[in-house]
Design a protein. Structure first.
Length: 354
């Protein structure tokens, strides 16, 4: 018997699939057979849409979303949604070195510090976790969590003798027994307390998205960034990665810090994270960054878009007509602080770094 060929759609659309044609019985294919009712239009459309979507998933779908975010036709996305979705699309290109806290800014404690000193360090830093080192940061021993410290203090105050800590079950109901803080020995060192937890060690080149998945799998929210020579390059937390998507996260203990401050005479000092729209509100409508509005959202992003690289400390950049940007603080990976000077102001005649 000769093989029956299934005709293609003449208009090139996927209204009738090969599978649907193959499922017809011989009676259905006979000349005298009655035509069966077609599937509902909505179902046919969805089937065709999904069929066209499958080959686009690897690359084209991502590009379509990026195009939609750039166009934002009919206000489909709010400003916040656009920013978040753009950050998600960029996340696969972000490396650990782009989000880490540089070594010079890492707040850590030596394994020899006492419990009393440790409590003061936690209070001063505002952190809930801190890395612990031996001789220096290149000799990391782990990290210590403030909840483990609090649990240790509670146990000592209840019994007068520090029981061996169970770091897997430090959270739970506390027996209602009188607490005597006089039982707590504040002179014992971190090493004696036995409260250290493991910390992840990752290379600077690791993708931030991969580190986030690893943190989720290991239930560890802190990683030390180790360079090719085994030295500590910086520190990264899960919060640092999440902030790449949702923006800066502040809790009840974070002090509100102005990201842009007017210094008078047309001079402003801005954090590189300052939103460009907020900067325009502060400076005035003549701060026209429309040429970079689709590429940058912050002062630091504006300078990077203008130069195609991270500017160096002391560099002066003309990124917005009528204004100069004096880079006050930067490292090889990011700009930190910028002075914005209006060109028609007295301060524009050779502003010095401060």
């Amino acid at each position: 018997m000769s093989q029956m060929k299934i005709p293609r759609e003449q208009d090139g659309h996927a209204g009738t699939s090969y599978e649907a044609a193959a499922e017809r019985t011989p009676e259905d294919r006979s000349p005298g057979a009655r035509q069966k009712p077609q599937a509902p239009i909505r179902q046919s459309f969805l089937s065709g849409f999904m069929a066209r979507l499958k080959p686009k998933v690897p690359a084209m779908l991502r590009q379509d979303l990026a195009d939609a975010l750039r166009g934002n036709g009919d206000g489909v996305f709010s400003t916040e949604e656009r920013a978040m979705l753009n950050n998600i699309l960029r996340l696969r290109e972000v490396r650990v070195e782009d989000v880490m806290v540089p070594r010079a800014d890492v707040e850590a404690v030596a394994i020899t510090v006492t419990l009393g000193q440790l409590m003061r360090e936690f209070e001063a830093s505002g952190h809930s976790r801190m890395p612990v080192y031996g001789e220096d940061l290149d000799d990391p021993r782990g990290m210590i969590h403030i909840r483990d410290v609090l649990a240790h203090i509670t146990r000592c105050a209840q019994t007068g003798t520090p029981a061996a800590p169970d770091l897997e079950t430090v959270v739970g109901p506390v027996p209602e027994t009188p607490l005597d803080l006089g039982h707590i020995d504040l002179d014992r060192s971190i090493e004696e307390l036995g409260l250290l937890r493991d910390v992840l060690f990752v290379p600077p080149s690791m993708l931030a998205s991969n580190l986030m998945a690893r943190m989720q799998a290991t239930r560890t929210q802190m990683a030390l960034v180790i360079d090719e020579y085994g030295g500590t390059d910086g520190l990264v937390s899960l919060e640092d990665i999440i902030e790449m998507v949702v923006g800066n996260i502040e809790d009840e203990h974070d002090d509100a810090v102005a990201l842009i401050v007017a210094r008078g005479d047309g001079v402003y000092v801005a954090d590189a994270r300052a939103d460009l729209h907020d900067v325009r509100i502060m400076i005035g409508d003549d701060f026209d960054f429309s040429d970079f509005e689709e590429e940058a959202e912050t002062v630091g992003g504006l300078l990077f878009s203008r130069l195609g690289r991270v500017p160096a400390r002391g560099e002066v950049v003309a990124a917005v007509p009528g204004f100069e940007f004096h880079v006050l603080d930067a490292d090889p990976r990011r700009v930190r602080r910028v002075r914005i000077v209006r060109l028609d102001s007295p301060a524009s005649d050779g502003a010095a770094l401060s």
